[in-house]
Design a protein around this ligand. Structure first.
Ligand SMILES: *[C@@H]1O[C@H](CO)[C@@H](O)[C@H](O)[C@H]1NC(C)=O
Ligand SMILES: *[C@@H]1O[C@H](CO)[C@@H](O)[C@H](O)[C@H]1NC(C)=O
Ligand SMILES: *[C@@H]1O[C@H](CO)[C@@H](O)[C@H](O)[C@H]1NC(C)=O
Ligand SMILES: *[C@@H]1O[C@H](CO)[C@@H](O)[C@H](O)[C@H]1NC(C)=O
Ligand SMILES: *[C@@H]1O[C@H](CO)[C@@H](O)[C@H](O)[C@H]1NC(C)=O
Length: 333
């Protein structure tokens, strides 16, 4: 499904998730697309945060304030959430608006954050009503919130973000009674369809930058470590299609890892609230940077390069690096 490009901002987004377009996509069974125009010079600035919704607790508010400051400084175009949006058990329904407001609307209040938020779900969202976060009732409370059928594509000329629903991959969750698998079960079919849709979209993609976003890490040295099921099923797809970066949350840390046998970079931005677990796992990939505390990520993308920065809870730069298009050369460190 290809749609005419519209101007960025809330109006185009509202149009794209209209019921008519949902029907069109249903027939073609492709990942749905949201168009978000880049800046006039073709560049794009994105902030990414994960694992945050705790009514402001555990420094969620401090991280939010600094996102506002950096968002203003860099003129952020939109925000990506890497999941675990509401603790401990997601939203209880699409009428759980008080908690939604207390953990989102009333926390990310800065002017610079009044942009679309593109959302994936985490496992904690799945132990509540996992469909509530895609409901029109929630968007009516705060129209920044964009979660389309759990997996979707955000297109912005030079870059495509492929947002992938990773919780269904994780086998142990299927043994737990609390998970809301409506519209997901059976697992094998869901995963097979999702991977096929992703492969089709990646094959078609002409974007300079291909970034896949999920909740669970593929490679991680923090508390949870790598996710076996994603290494088995998702990683081969990323490698086969020249994906530049896999961005995730789940581990409450900030981390950058280089794959030892492909150009993929594994980037964790899961420091939106509770952190400092002090627990670490082994990874056989190359650890470039790890911070066990709170913070978030900015990405500035142009046709030629991507510049990424991790910030802590005070807004101080923890780590910055650059990728060139060929990805052979990693510019800064
Ligand atoms: C939603 O996603 C599921 C699983 O990927 C897919 O089968 C279905 O066609 C999608 N629905 C729409 C409306 O895109
Ligand atoms: C919040 O951040 C401050 C300042 O870095 C830190 O001292 C404190 O331990 C953090 N609180 C939590 C709950 O992580
Ligand atoms: C939401 O609606 C359900 C079903 O009507 C009800 O049981 C529940 O208490 C409501 N929750 C809130 C937060 O209003
Ligand atoms: C799920 O439960 C079954 C039956 O108790 C067990 O054999 C299996 O190992 C469990 N799987 C995971 C991934 O925990
Ligand atoms: C995955 O995690 C396990 C447990 O920490 C570790 O032994 C293994 O080396 C990791 N695999 C890779 C490929 O990083």
């Amino acid at each position: 499904m290809h749609l005419e490009r519209c101007n960025s901002g809330m109006s185009s987004v509202a149009l794209l998730v209209s019921p008519l377009l949902l029907l069109l996509s249903l027939a073609s069974a492709e990942l749905q697309r949201v168009q978000h125009a880049p800046k006039e010079d073709g560049s794009l600035t994105v902030l990414a945060v994960g694992d945050w919704g705790r009514g402001g607790q555990y420094n969620q508010t401090l991280v939010a304030e600094q996102m506002g400051v950096i968002g203003e400084k860099l003129n952020a175009d939109f925000i990506i959430s890497t999941g675990d949006n509401f603790y401990n058990d997601g939203l209880s329904g699409d009428n759980d608006t008080a908690f939604f407001k207390a953990s989102f609307t009333e926390i990310y209040t800065a002017e610079s954050l009044q942009k679309p938020w593109y959302i994936v779900l985490g496992n904690h969202d799945y132990t509540g009503d996992a469909l509530a976060q895609q409901s029109p009732a929630i968007r009516e409370v705060d129209s920044r919130w964009i979660s389309v059928n759990k997996s979707f594509i955000v297109e912005s000329e030079i870059v495509e973000f492929f947002l992938v629903d990773t919780s269904p991959f994780v086998l142990k969750y299927w043994n737990e009674s609390k998970f809301d698998w409506r519209n997901v079960a059976p697992r094998d079919t869901y995963i097979a369809n999702l991977l096929k849709d992703l492969e089709d979209a990646l094959t078609e993609s002409k974007a300079t930058w291909k970034i896949v976003v999920g909740h669970h890490p593929i490679s991680s040295g923090c508390e949870h470590g790598n996710t076996t099921e994603l290494r088995e099923h998702l990683l081969p797809v990323l490698k086969a299609h020249g994906v530049h970066m896999y961005l995730n949350g789940h581990d409450h840390c900030l981390q950058r890892i280089s794959s030892i046998d492909s150009p993929v970079e594994f980037v964790t931005s899961g420091g939106g609230s509770k952190a400092w677990a002090g627990k670490f796992k082994a990874t056989t990939d190359r650890m470039e940077f790890l911070y066990d505390g709170q913070g978030f990520l900015s990405m500035q993308l142009t046709e030629a390069e991507a510049n990424l920065v991790f910030y802590d809870v005070t807004g101080a730069v923890l780590h910055s690096w650059g990728l060139t298009k060929s990805d052979a050369a990693r510019i800064v460190s």
